[in-house]
Structure formats: C-alpha cells, structure tokens
Design a protein around this ligand. Structure first.
Ligand SMILES: C[C@H](O)[C@H](O)[C@H]1CNC2=NC(N)=NC(=O)C2=N1
Length: 124
C-alpha cells in the first residue's frame, strides 16, 4: 500500500515541482572525493566554459549506441535528471550538469556512474 501510494505520488506531474529536492553544487570536498575519480581514471573531462562534465563513448555499431542511450534515457526519466547528448552512428557524446544549481551536483556523479555501468555491459 505504501509502495503503491509512493508510486502514484512520484508519477504525479506536480510531484517534481512541489517536492523535488533542490540540488546544490558539489562542494570542494565532494569534488575531491566524488568527481576526481571520474576525471582521473574514468574518461570524464570538465567542459571548458561551464561547470559540467563530458565523455565520449564509442560502441560497435548504431544498435549498441542506441541501446546505451535507451537504457540511460529510462534511468534519466526515472530520476528526473537528463543528459545532454549527441549521437552519430556508433558514437555518443554525453554532457552532464544540473540546471537547478547551474553546475555539477551529486545527480551528475550518479548519472555518470550509471552511464559507465551501462557502457561497460555494451559491445564497444
Ligand atoms: C522540472 C524538472 O523536474 C527539472 O527541469 C529537471 C528535469 N531534468 C533535469 N536534468 C538536469 N540535467 N538537470 C536538472 O536540473 C533537471 N531538472
């Protein structure tokens, strides 16, 4: 019952407007502990002119690239946090940033890790 009520509430369009937690930009210590590992050893890079991260994925073909995008899109919609991305055939360029705080938040770190997990399970 509790689960059903929660599902109904979450799918209600006003839910995001009324109850969505305002995100704040990553603090300096969060940048050290959460962001640095993505930048140092996972292929993510800072975007030059804004507080955002980007990564290019190359898959075996369009089918794999689109499969990756579909899985990430479902997750993005579920958590109400959406990537900026660009796709040509087997290549997907992903940029992550949070509109709410006009910069990087923990939501970007979480989605970046999810993208990496999905890509790892795809043919590259
Ligand atoms: C109203 C709606 O919840 C917001 O615009 C959501 C949707 N998707 C989002 N995606 C991203 N990347 N950042 C946001 O702040 C964000 N906010």
């Amino acid at each position: 019952m509790l689960v059903a009520t929660s599902c109904i509430l979450r799918s209600y369009p006003l839910y995001t407007t009324l109850f969505r937690r305002n995100m704040s930009k990553l603090s300096e210590s969060q940048r050290d502990t959460l962001l640095k590992p993505l930048l140092d050893s996972n292929g993510w890079a800072m975007v030059t002119d804004r507080d955002a991260i980007k990564k290019s994925y190359v898959f075996s073909d369009f089918n794999e690239a689109f499969g990756f995008m579909s899985r990430v899109a479902l997750r993005a919609d579920k958590v109400d946090h959406h990537p900026e991305w660009f796709n040509v055939y087997n290549k997907v360029e992903v940029t992550l940033s949070t509109h709410d705080c006009q910069g990087l938040s923990t939501r970007d770190v979480d989605l970046a890790k999810f993208c990496d997990k999905v890509a790892k399970a795809s043919k590259q």
